[in-house]
Design a protein around this ligand. Sequence first.
Ligand SMILES: O=c1ccn([C@@H]2O[C@H](COP(=O)(O)OP(=O)(O)O[C@H]3OC[C@@H](O)[C@H](O)[C@H]3O)[C@@H](O)[C@H]2O)c(=O)[nH]1
Length: 388
Amino acid sequence: MAKNTANGDHQTTTKPPPTPSPLRFSKFFQPNMRILVTGGAGFIGSHLVDKLMEDEKNEVIVVDNFFTGSKDNLKRWIGHPRFELRRHEGVTVSVTCLLFVDVTEPLLVEVDKIYHLACPASPIFYKYNAVKTIKTNVIGTLNMLGLAKRVGARILLTSTSEVYGDPLVHPQPESYWGNVNPIGVRSCYDEGKRVAETLMFDYHRQHGIGCPQYSTDAFMISMHFATEIRIARIFNTYGPRMNIDDGRVVSNFIAQSLRDEPLTVQAPGTQTRSFCYVSDMVDGLIRLMEGDNTGPINIGNPGEFTMIELAELVKEVITYSQEAALCLISPKVEIKMVENTPDDPRQRKPDITKAKELLGWEPKVKLRDGLPLMEEDFRLRLGVSKKI
Ligand SMILES: O=c1ccn([C@@H]2O[C@H](COP(=O)(O)OP(=O)(O)O[C@H]3OC[C@@H](O)[C@H](O)[C@H]3O)[C@@H](O)[C@H]2O)c(=O)[nH]1
């Protein structure tokens, strides 16, 4: 008897593993595309869900443990017939509540595509429980790969620019192997994502390319699914729905401006980052999933800013009063230099040649245009109106 373990490994080959319903191959069956989004209640995940739900052929299942994600981000979809809620071992789900699942536990659902985003992404959150972060990246990715293998789903991992560590090559192409401290406080995330990438490629290599595959074993024909993988290396992303106290630099600066607090630039302030607006990010992820390239592919905006430049730009863009709007500078906002955290990368900027060539993708929203959209969302959530 063939036995499929929860992580999708076949223990014998005498019987074919479970296959999708034969109905899916029938002439009159028009299946919807069933898409699982892990971490779908988070900042990028929820924007991705919005985009996927725009296509009436998509059914979307979200799993999230709500450590950093929030049901509020998905409230418009709760109860929607294509936004499916499932029961998972021991977890009863009512129609008003989302599936509470942690990817470190195996998950059994039938899906065609998996966007695997689940993991805290802000340094203060991923460092908060470092062991849990690395478990999420390693065990969580193993579980999702096992699921992908079992049901024949294509899986996309959102990896990170942090796999380049404190890069010695600038800007960073995908061919750069990085400069990562394996025992530092950020390692749970950057090494975790590096292992996750390794697992993706090992599953892909070990289980062949092309889907499905047939093989004969003692005169039995067995079918198994190759693991089709996609890897995106996400660079710093910003936009509406970021947690207000998320701790990342753009959300910090906007929240601080709206609260009339000084902008905390971490020393030396000359370190650089490149900021991608969330709608561009989602577009890049979907193109990668739908295209023919496994990646890894950098998805990020190559516009590079020092943290001092970013603080100046936020000061300029966030207006407090008509007077401030006219002179484009809020008189109240100050910049305060504060201590930095260990291993903070000194520079970061994506080389997006591959994304342009292979996905036909490049970001459209400039930082100057994206910041006011985020400001509007933060004002609503903080209850701070424009004083004009
Ligand atoms: O209040 C702050 C917060 C942060 N910073 C600085 O801003 C820079 C960016 O820091 P963030 O915390 O926003 O994010 P990081 O670039 O360190 O990490 C991010 O990298 C890419 C993604 O995968 C993740 O979202 C996240 O890990 C750092 O140099 C940090 O020192 C400030 O100057 N002030």
